[in-house]
Design a protein around this ligand. Sequence first.
Ligand SMILES: Cc1cc2nc3c(=O)[nH]c(=O)nc-3n(C[C@H](O)[C@H](O)[C@H](O)COP(=O)(O)OP(=O)(O)OC[C@H]3O[C@@H](n4cnc5c(N)ncnc54)[C@H](O)[C@@H]3O)c2cc1C
Length: 377
Amino acid sequence: MGPGSGLTSSVGGGLSHHSVGGGGCAKYGPCTNQLVSLEVVLPTGEIIETGSQANKYSKLPFNRFGNGPDLAGFFCGDNGIFGVKTKVSLQVFPKPEFAEYKTFLMPCKPAETAAQIMTEIRQNGIDVYDTMYFMDLIVSIGIQYGMFPMWEHLKRKRVVIFYTVEANSETELKAKVTQLDKIILGKKAEEFGPEISDGNIAKWHYEEQGHWLIAHNLWGLIPGFDPVDAECHVPINAYPKIMKDLDQWDIEHSEDMQKILEITGMRPITGTGPIILTEGSNIELTCGFTSFPSYYNGEKHENIKEINLKLWKSLLERLIKHGAMFYMFGDILSRHMVNIQGYQKGYYELMKKIKDTIDPKHILSRGKYNFWGNGRK
Ligand SMILES: Cc1cc2nc3c(=O)[nH]c(=O)nc-3n(C[C@H](O)[C@H](O)[C@H](O)COP(=O)(O)OP(=O)(O)OC[C@H]3O[C@@H](n4cnc5c(N)ncnc54)[C@H](O)[C@@H]3O)c2cc1C
């Protein structure tokens, strides 16, 4: 899955992040879903293997669950604090022979309607490969900056949803497409033509490796802009409300945004990236704002850096209070979650006890989640 973070990404990094958004996450879920067994070097230097490989007589990894608790799961999404993954076994699947991909213009109340569509896809048990909803801000900026060439077609149109779906036979494909179209067209969405030049971003996404490239274009949206955001999961039906609240958050922080505008001539823009259907009834929400780096027009503006950080923390807190679940915890976000007391006390204390036991000298990712060791808080 992914990586939206750059043109390369390591398997160990993806597993440590529950890497998810990207190619086929509606069908396959996060990459950790495909994990069969792990070899991990613990901070004390011991080496362990998990799942079927916990049995010293097992020759090849074949099952993650068993021989005791799911110790592989313990290292999935640990953001690197519990050990170094040195060997992994993953399930891989052949690409099915048949696929279809369609893009639709959304009717009014698009966020709510897209949420209904995604919910119905799940209720009907259709195993879409990917489904994504693009809010009008992304589409309009994307067109303005030539981000996705096929969006030329969308000039007078805006909010879109697309699906990509795979099958092992024509009959299976037709059945899935009929079901999907019934759901989407039933909501008065309007289907684009089949070609990429018709605005069919879904075709680009599936056929031309767009699933790997989509996020790069978004993060590099405008040269000189800094995306100040984070990725989280929320239930499908929660995101329309969160998107509205982000608009409200933006209004409430106008004064700080104004200070950046005074330096750069442009006000930061708040919003979300594509809303991506992930496993079960979850979506992945990338939200935040695009601002400027502190080095701007040859000058260092420390106050931009300070404002960005202050705004980012405020926005993250807002999302945490919506119950959002983050999976990529870097230094700042992991500590922020702890500092604003976002964790259930018992959960955080258990995580700390495990860290103290497994990494008594706190040599791995020191400071993440405020695990500093040496009595430092
Ligand atoms: C701007 C941005 C956009 C992103 N967009 C997407 C996206 O669209 N889809 C998606 O799936 N993901 C996305 N990601 C997250 C992405 O999945 C991860 O950043 C990337 O896949 C992780 O791989 P990496 O090699 O870059 O890991 P790193 O960033 O180097 O490491 C990630 C974490 O894992 C730890 N780690 C790394 N290797 C190991 C190891 N062998 N053992 C133990 N711990 C280890 C590190 O300490 C760190 O905490 C995005 C990230 C960014 C910053």
